[in-house]
Design a protein around this ligand. Structure first.
Ligand code: MSP
Length: 682
């Protein structure tokens, strides 16, 4: 290990000035996907913004003029319909949701410079402008949009894309449509896009994604329908206001409209250096967007960075539809913001899918954040306090060669978009510093120069650590600075620190957690409904319980698994009435043995006045789908009791199951029950 001895301090400390391949103009413009605000923000949204934030902060830290854009994609049929359901205007609907997205991103310390919303006039102005440029180039014509339309996808499929006769994504029945639409001559740009991708290997990160796109580009490209006349919540075409722009031009043009107004910084920042997006919208960004830019005569972005998906701990995609979503707000109620940021940036290798496991987060909290970093800060602060009376002199710049190597490595990985490696480089330096302290054992040294030198070297190492931690753990970095007597500035300032530091004992950065919990505790304000997990199932097997006259023992298929469930329905229903029936199951009820047979869940039903029972009916939702209530989110609790369930009143209104006056629904439609108004679900 390199030592931190004073004789290795060298005054000309060359700090990395390599601004990387993507910053030819000396500026750095980074964007994220603009989110759909038809629901509340989820973990995938949070993850993407934090990844982009790392690259934005990393570039700012080394003095590159940086602009970071995030925002919302607010138009479209789904938003219009969701607003209608809530009985408010689409604008009021998106305003309310926008506040939620911004709150989360502010809480996560996403250091965006601008937040674009596609319903803003500044966006309308540019979206219409780029449409007109494309049109003036002869690339727009009127035709018919036809195919089998899925409402959830807002998209028509060709017969060959359907699975059976159903939507390949949602499994919904589709409807044949044929409507007038304007088209963009996407096909005309296939060769230009392909050749751009071939000659710019850095254009798509990671490389595997590039190959996927190139292979798709070897086939013919159909022209693209870019307008709709079936809903009006969008930007009207300037030359035919009976149509609004469909998502393609509307959403993608945000990356430029935000540079045009309120202040025109287009010249300084376009082309973008990095569009950060998820893998589901890669075609959109690497083929459609470049084709539009070619047509409108704008330079192409330098890179589309594709991150992986945030999966649940079992490797399944997190989505409300599947019901395995961990709500970022729940995690933030339990851990500080930096913990979640660290977990995102350290655990999920850049460009790959990652599994979100609370157990893993808990473990890293303890070993990497609390032990490696938190204790180190506390140790040095205590030593300077107790041995030097709280003030220490240093050379004012980092004392050892490992710092230089760490800086170089860290920023190289910023440029190669391997943020997890930047984090690793920093952690290896943190561990070296710990090892140095353990090796030198300053607590055993008597007062004098040797003691002073060891502590000074560690203090300077702490400045490097805090600066490099800043893009990952901004609040922690500031707290380290506050405790050890320095501020976080541009990386150059590492060369000329204050030389005398007044050290104060701060609070522990990552306090020992009293009772590490593996489930996320509920937030104060969470709605009681959010503790429930209600899923669609189908009864596959029905047997009379051998030891209980009232019970049926059943096997229920939940799509992703089958469960044994016992239910007291024998007095009311026959086995053959139940067999094959689709039901709604409370799936997070604590499993129990009922007279020797396991029961892991409860089938929802209501008692009618005539003594019969009506089962709750999920309609034709897919097995495993979750029943939700608009506006309520949160991670269901594990193993709830029957009493917990009874605290959440579910009531029939107009044959719909409701909670707090709002209908329960799946992606496919409402949940119903043939019972009188006011009947309680049990
Ligand atoms: N509005 C479009 C993007 C238009 S960009 C011009 C959209 N919105 S979205 O809300 O559905 O998704 C926003 C971003 O979140 C996308 O980059 C998407 O890939 C990402 N994620 C959505 N779910 C995700 C995970 N489970 N994990 C990680 N990111 C994922 O698409």
């Amino acid at each position: 290990m390199k030592s931190f001895e004073a004789d290795q301090i060298h005054a000309e400390y060359p700090i990395v000035h390599n601004v990387g391949m993507n910053s030819a103009q000396g500026t750095f413009y980074i964007t994220t996907a603009i989110d759909y605000p038809n629901n509340v923000p989820h973990m995938g949204h949070a993850y993407e913004k934090v990844v982009a934030d790392f690259y934005a902060r990393g570039n700012r830290l080394r003095g590159v003029r940086t602009r970071f854009l995030i925002g919302l994609d607010e138009h479209g049929q789904k938003i219009q319909e969701a607003a209608q359901r809530d009985g408010i205007s689409p604008q009021a609907f998106v305003d309310e949701k926008a506040a939620k997205f911004r709150d989360l991103y502010d809480r996560l310390e996403v250091s965006y410079d601008d937040f674009i919303r596609t319903s803003e006039p500044r966006h309308h102005a540019f979206a219409t402008d780029i449409y007109s440029r494309i049109r003036a180039n002869g690339d727009i014509y009127k035709g018919f949009y036809e195919g089998d339309y899925c409402v959830s996808c807002e998209k028509a499929y060709t017969k060959s894309e359907l699975v059976g006769s159903k939507c390949p994504v949602h499994g919904n029945p589709t409807t044949l449509i044929r409507e007038e639409s304007y088209f963009f001559r996407l096909g005309k740009y296939r060769d230009a896009v392909r050749s751009h991708i071939e000659t710019h290997p850095e254009f798509i990160y990671p490389a595997e994604r590039r190959n996927e796109i190139l292979s798709r580009l070897s086939e013919d490209l159909l022209d693209l329908s870019i307008s709709r006349s079936t809903f009006m919540w969008g930007i009207p075409l300037p030359d035919d206001p009976t149509h609004v722009l469909y998502v393609w031009i509307d959403a993608l043009s945000n990356y430029i409209s935000a540079l045009k107004q309120p202040t025109d910084v287009f010249e300084a920042f376009w082309p973008a250096d990095c569009h950060v997006i998820g893998k589901d919208i890669i075609w959109f960004h690497t083929v459609i967007w470049p084709a539009m830019l070619f047509s409108a005569n704008y330079a192409l972005p330098r890179q589309v960075y594709v991150h992986g998906f945030m999966l649940d701990k079992d490797g399944r995609k997190m989505s409300k539809h599947v019901g395995n979503v961990v709500d970022p707000l729940d995690v933030l109620n339990e851990f500080s913001v930096d913990v979640l940021r660290y977990y995102f940036l350290r655990t999920f290798s850049s460009g790959l899918d990652g599994k979100f496991a609370l157990e893993d987060l808990e473990e890293r909290y303890q070993s990497e954040l609390a032990n490696d970093l938190g204790n180190l800060v506390m140790r040095i602060a205590k030593l300077v306090q107790s041995r030097l009376g709280g003030t220490i002199r240093t050379s004012g710049h980092p004392a050892d060669l490992a710092a230089q190597a760490t800086l170089r490595e860290y920023f190289d990985f910023v440029d190669t978009r391997e943020h997890h490696r930047s984090v690793e480089a920093l952690w290896s330096y943190i561990r070296k510093t710990n090892a140095y302290l353990n090796d030198k054992q300053p607590w055993k040294l008597s007062d004098g120069e040797a003691l002073q030198n060891v502590l000074a070297a560690v203090l300077e190492a702490m400045r490097v650590i805090a600066h490099l931690a800043f893009p990952i753990l901004p609040a922690t970095a500031r707290a380290i600075g506050a405790s050890l007597g320095f501020e976080i500035g541009p990386i150059e300032t590492l060369n000329n620190g204050p030389a005398t530091y007044k050290v104060a004992l701060g609070k522990p950065l990552f306090p020992r957690r009293e009772k590490p919990t593996l489930t996320v505790a509920s937030g104060e304000s969470r709605d009681p409904f959010s503790i429930l997990e209600l899923r669609v199932g189908r009864i596959e097997e029905v047997r009379e319980h051998p030891n209980a006259d009232t019970l049926f023992a059943m096997t229920v298929d939940l799509g992703f698994e089958k469960r044994s469930i016992c239910a007291g329905l024998r007095a009311h229903l026959k086995a053959e009435d139940l067999l094959g029936t689709r039901v709604v199951v409370l799936t997070n009820l604590r499993p129990a043995q009922l007279r020797g047979i396991e029961s892991a869940g409860m089938i929802l039903a209501t008692d009618k006045e005539d003594g019969t029972v009506a089962l709750v009916d999920p309609g034709n939702a897919r097995l495993g789908d979750v029943a939700t209530v608009e506006g309520i989110s949160g991670t269901p609790k594990m193993n709830i009791s029957k009493r917990d369930f009874e605290q959440v009143p579910l009531e029939i209104q107009a044959t719909k199951v409701t909670y707090a006056g709002k209908p329960l629904r799946t992606e496919t439609g409402p949940i119903s029950c043939e019972a009188p108004d006011g009947a309680r679900v049990r």
